[in-house]
Design a protein around this ligand. Sequence first.
Ligand code: G4P
Length: 286
Amino acid sequence: MQFQWYPGHMTKAKRQMQEDMKLIDLVIELVDARIPLSSRNPDIDELGRNKARLILLNKSDLADEAAGRAWAEYFKAKGCFVVALDARSKTGMKQVTAVVMEACREKIERDRKRGIVNRPVRAMVVGIPNVGKSTFINSYAGKACAKTGNKPGVTKGKQWIRLNKNVELLDTSGILWPKFEDQSVGLKLALIGAIKDEILNIDELSLELIKVLTEFYPGVLNARYGTDGQPIDEAAKPAEILGQIAANRKCMARGDELDYSKAAALLIDEFRSGRLGRITLERPKE
Ligand code: G4P
């Protein structure tokens, strides 16, 4: 994270979000497609109850497509609409508007029955830091749309971005904090680079990554780090696998000792830069 969360921040952020929720019909929640659960704060389920919900599996370009489909099913079963997205290249962006309308169909219908027509759907973007909220807002809103400005008496101090005749977006996103007190959540956030490296134990992180890779992506470690004479034994314990990577990549400390930390850093770097392929670090449980 770019910043630390303290209880005071969290209370303030939550209160702000409670206020903003009163103004909107739809919550657009961004999660990181590589860790769709660990990159969200479940408090949003409570904060956004009674609202239409759209979950964007962002950074899908870095995640595994099959796992993405499983996650989409998982969130749909919870009553959310889901779109897999790459906010940077805008892949999937066209689908968003259609799904926004679909998600708000009930509300539009309700309005119509009350004689309210052409009232735009109001939406708000939420998510933990670094999931791509501002990238998404910029891509989605594009240059074409104008800010509608303050509407005194109705939404004092709030700026709305008019996306088209049907949708308005609150121009500041709601920032949620991750559930970092859960150790495995913290490790996964760290693996995708969402927590600063200086405060991390790089060896421990690499062991977590090795566990995930051998479980969900058998063969990947051997393909990248094995040699004809020295294949990676993926059935070995994670620390032993790290040793094999160190040996094959000649990560040596003083003398002829293996440098585990160097191998750990190498592995994490190659994962983050996509050289191990498109990888999703967690799967839905049920
Ligand atoms: P935030 O508002 O939620 O905090 O996130 P922000 O949009 O600032 O995005 C955080 C980083 O994630 C940015 O990279 C952004 O480019 C990148 N990003 C956003 N969406 C996607 C996506 O769908 N795929 C990929 N691969 N990356 C995405 P950065 O390194 O901070 O900046 P830069 O490299 O773009 O300069």
